[in-house]
Design a binder for this molecule. Structure first.
Ligand SMILES: Cc1cc2nc3c(=O)[nH]c(=O)nc-3n(C[C@H](O)[C@H](O)[C@H](O)COP(=O)(O)O)c2cc1C
Length: 324
């Protein structure tokens, strides 16, 4: 990856990794809308190193997605080292290490945010990845396990000392899971103590949210997760600095395009099933949405999808849509 592309990640507006949502087609859509870089959902380092089909399926991407990072999760440095070797050959632009996932199953295995309580292991993972790849490496963290177990001020320097070139921070503790106020002052603490760029993450759903997060933390870049679900246009608004909701035509055309993109790499019999989850994210925030969502859960073929898109367009025309 050249330095300019890496800056698109560290100083831009990045689509957050989200398991089950940020697949290749959605990442492409978000790049077209203005996301400056994207990241795969978390992929098990052990799965990659053991060549598991399930893990390898998550590694496919389209050149239009670049710059793209691959996110690895796990607990053993040797798995990360092997996985880093494998993914470095696949054309990714950077590697991100997951030290933030709060999900019980992940944490119980010592992965994700559990690594925040075991900094020597996290440091060894970063060292192992950096020793195996020429690609830039970042680490995605939370601000601590709990208010009583904040990450130490020294963490950014420790990670940078092992070779990490950037740190993405979701401004919550593990105990917060995904709710409660984003702790901007804790992100600021990371920024103040970091020798490498910090990307701030948490609850950006509007241009105002983005401004506030950047102003209050002094971060160099921004990462957007749930705010982009069913609303890839948020990246256009953020790039332009003012809210520009999509027209009803745009909404249905983007969903069609996403479906076409998915059809390019997913067998026909699975595409309809997989588009359902995305449809549910697009169909919300207007009168009649819940009924249409019910129908979306049963989409089985292209005709079903077109029926729903026709009704969606009509409802949006009657209602107007807001990207906030
Ligand atoms: C459904 C879902 C899946 C997620 N999967 C991942 C993941 O695979 N890797 C990761 O680092 N974070 C994951 N996250 C966390 C997001 O990347 C992000 O840090 C978090 O949602 C806060 O940002 P937001 O408020 O903009 O959504 C996930 C979040 C959601 C809601």
């Amino acid at each position: 990856m050249d330095e300019v592309s890496f800056m698109e990640y560290t100083s831009g507006t990045v689509l957050a990794p989200m398991a089950g949502t940020t697949d290749s087609a959605f990442r492409r859509i978000c790049r077209r809308m203005g996301a400056t870089a994207v990241i795969t959902e978390m992929v098990a380092a052990m799965g990659i190193s053991r060549r598991s089909v399930r893990s390898h399926k998550l590694l496919g991407f389209h050149p239009e997605e670049k710059p793209i990072g691959v996110q690895l999760f796990g607990r053993r440095p040797q798995d990360f080292r092997r996985a880093a070797g494998v993914v470095s050959e696949l054309g990714f632009d950077f590697i991100d290490i997951n030290a933030g996932c709060p999900v019980k199953k992940v944490v119980r295995s010592g992965s994700g945010s559990a690594l925040l309580r075991e900094i020597p292991t996290l440091a060894a993972i970063v060292r192992a990845v950096c020793s195996e790849t020429e690609l830039p490496v970042s680490v995605k963290i939370r601000v601590g396990w709990s208010p009583d177990e904040k990450v130490p001020d020294s963490l950014p320097s420790v990670l940078a000392g092992e070779g990490a070139r950037a740190i993405a921070v979701h401004g919550r503790y593990r105990t917060d899971m995904f709710s409660g106020e984003v702790r901007m002052e804790e992100i600021l603490r990371m920024v103040e103590n970091s020798p490498v760029p910090v990307i701030a993450n948490g609850d950006v759903r509007t241009v105002e949210d983005a401004r506030r997060l950047m102003d209050r933390t002094g971060a160099s870049g921004l990462m957007v997760g749930r705010g982009a679900m069913g609303n890839p246009w948020i990246f256009r608004s953020l790039a332009e600095g003012l809210s520009r909701p999509p027209s009803p035509e745009e909404v249905v055309e983007v969903i069609r395009e996403q479906f076409r993109m998915m059809s390019g790499y997913i067998p026909d019999e699975h595409v309809c099933h997989l588009i359902r989850g995305h449809l549910l994210q697009y169909i919300r925030g207007f009168r009649g949405a819940s009924l249409l969502r019910c129908r979306a859960t049963g989409v089985d073929c292209m005709e079903d999808l077109e029926d729903i898109l026709g009704d969606l367009k009509e409802m949006l025309e009657n209602e107007g849509l807001d990207d906030s």
